[in-house]
Ligand binder design. Structure first.
Ligand code: NAD
Length: 295
C-alpha cells in the first residue's frame, strides 16, 4: 500500500501558489483576498474556517473573516455577501456550510457573484463544470483530482464507484472522473443511500471514493485487492485518551483496507488538506482573472 499523502502534496502545491503570489506582488499587482463568513459556533466549521484563514496568511493572501451568531437573520448574511460582491478588493467569497436551519443555503449560494464563488457552488459554475468549461470547481473533488494528478495515477478506463451524491462532493466527483481528461476517463458508478447492491458494486471498483459521513462505513470485505481508496469523510468520534475528547476518522476502515489497497488516503492528512489547497488555487485564479492576467 502507498499513501496518497495530502499533507505532503498540499505543501508542494501551496508553495507553488505562494510563489505565484510573490510574482503578482513583484509585478505591482495585488495579492489574492479571500473573505470567509461563518454563521454559528459549530466546532467543525470553526476549525475549517480557522485553517483556511491560517493557510491564506501562510501563502501571502489577504483574508477577511466575518463571524456571525447562530441567530443572525438571513438578510444580514445576504447583505454581507452583496457588500463583498461589490468590494473590488475582494476576489473570493466563501460561506462555511452547513448554515443554521433558518437560513436558505441555496439563496446564500445564489447571492454570491459567480466570479467570486471560489467554492464553485453557484449554479453558473456548477453548470460550466458539467459541460467542461473553465470555471471554479468545487474544492473537495478538485483537490482529489489534483492529488491523483500529482501521483500520476492512471485512471483511464478504470471503474470508479463514488459513494455519496451530495452537490459539493459526490456528484461533482462523479462528473469530473467521467470526463475526457487526465485524470478522468473513468467509468463511474454513483452510489447513494438507495443503492441496493453496494458491496457488490464496490468489489468491482478499481477506485472507490467514499463521501458518506459515517465512520468506517466502507469495510475491507467491500474492497478488491489493489484498489485505490479515497476517503473524503471527516467524522468526530469520542476518544477519552485525547485532550479534545475526540479524534477524526474517515468513512473507510483505514487499518484493514490499507492491507488490500494499492493507494489510500489517510484521515486526517488526506483529502481535507487537498480541499484547502484547491480553494486557494480557485482564489488565486479569481484574483488573476479580476486583474486580467492569463492563468
Ligand atoms: P452529505 O450528508 O451531504 O451526503 C452524504 C451522502 O451519502 C448522501 O448523498 C447519501 O445518499 C449517501 N449515503 C448515506 N447513507 C448511505 C448508505 N447507507 N449507502 C450509500 N450512500 C449513503 O455529505 P457530504 O457533504 O458529501 O460529506 C460526506 C463526508 O465528507 C462527511 O463526513 C463530511 O464531513 C466529509 N467532507 C469532507 C471534506 C474534506 O475536505 N475532506 C469536504 C466535504 C465533506
Amino acid at each position: 500500500m502507498q499513501l496518497l499523502d495530502g499533507k505532503l502534496v498540499s505543501e508542494t502545491l501551496l508553495a507553488d501558489i505562494a510563489r505565484q503570489v510573490e510574482e503578482l506582488r513583484s509585478a505591482g499587482k495585488k495579492a489574492p483576498h479571500l473573505a470567509a463568513i461563518l454563521v454559528g459556533t459549530d466546532p467543525a466549521s470553526e476549525t475549517y474556517v480557522a485553517s483556511k484563514v491560517k493557510t491564506c496568511k501562510q501563502i501571502g493572501f489577504q483574508s477577511t473573516e466575518i463571524r456571525l451568531s447562530a441567530d443572525t437573520p438571513e438578510e444580514e448574511v445576504l447583505e454581507y455577501i452583496r457588500s463583498f460582491n461589490s468590494n473590488t478588493d475582494i476576489d473570493g467569497i466563501l460561506v462555511q456550510l452547513p448554515l443554521p436551519r433558518h437560513i436558505d443555503e441555496q439563496k446564500v449560494i445564489d447571492t454570491i457573484d459567480p466570479k467570486k464563488d471560489v467554492d464553485g457552488f453557484h449554479p453558473v459554475n456548477v453548470g460550466k463544470m458539467v459541460i467542461g468549461q473553465p470555471t471554479f470547481i468545487s474544492a473537495t473533488p478538485n483537490g482529489i483530482m489534483l492529488m491523483l494528478q500529482h501521483y500520476g495515477i492512471d485512471t483511464a478506463g478504470k471503474h470508479c464507484v463514488v459513494i455519496g451524491r451530495s452537490n459539493i462532493v459526490g456528484t461533482p466527483m462523479s462528473i469530473l472522473l467521467s470526463r475526457n481528461t487526465n485524470p478522468g476517463n473513468c467509468t463511474v458508478t454513483l452510489a447513494h443511500s438507495r443503492t441496493q447492491n453496494l458491496k457488490e458494486l464496490c468489489l468491482q471498483a478499481d477506485i472507490i471514493v467514499a463521501a458518506i459521513g459515517r465512520p468506517a462505513f466502507v469495510t475491507a470485505d467491500m474492497v478488491k485487492d489493489g484498489a485505490i481508496v479515497i476517503d473524503v469523510g471527516i467524522n468526530r468520534i469520542e476518544d477519552a485518551g485525547r485532550k479534545s475528547g475526540f479524534r477524526l476518522v474517515g468513512d473507510v476502515d483505514f487499518d484493514a483496507i490499507s492491507r488490500k489497497a494499492s493507494w489510500i488516503t489517510p484521515v486526517p492528512g488526506g483529502v481535507g488538506k487537498m480541499t484547502i489547497c484547491a480553494l486557494m488555487y480557485n482564489t488565486l485564479q479569481a484574483c488573476k482573472a479580476r486583474q486580467s492576467l492569463t492563468y
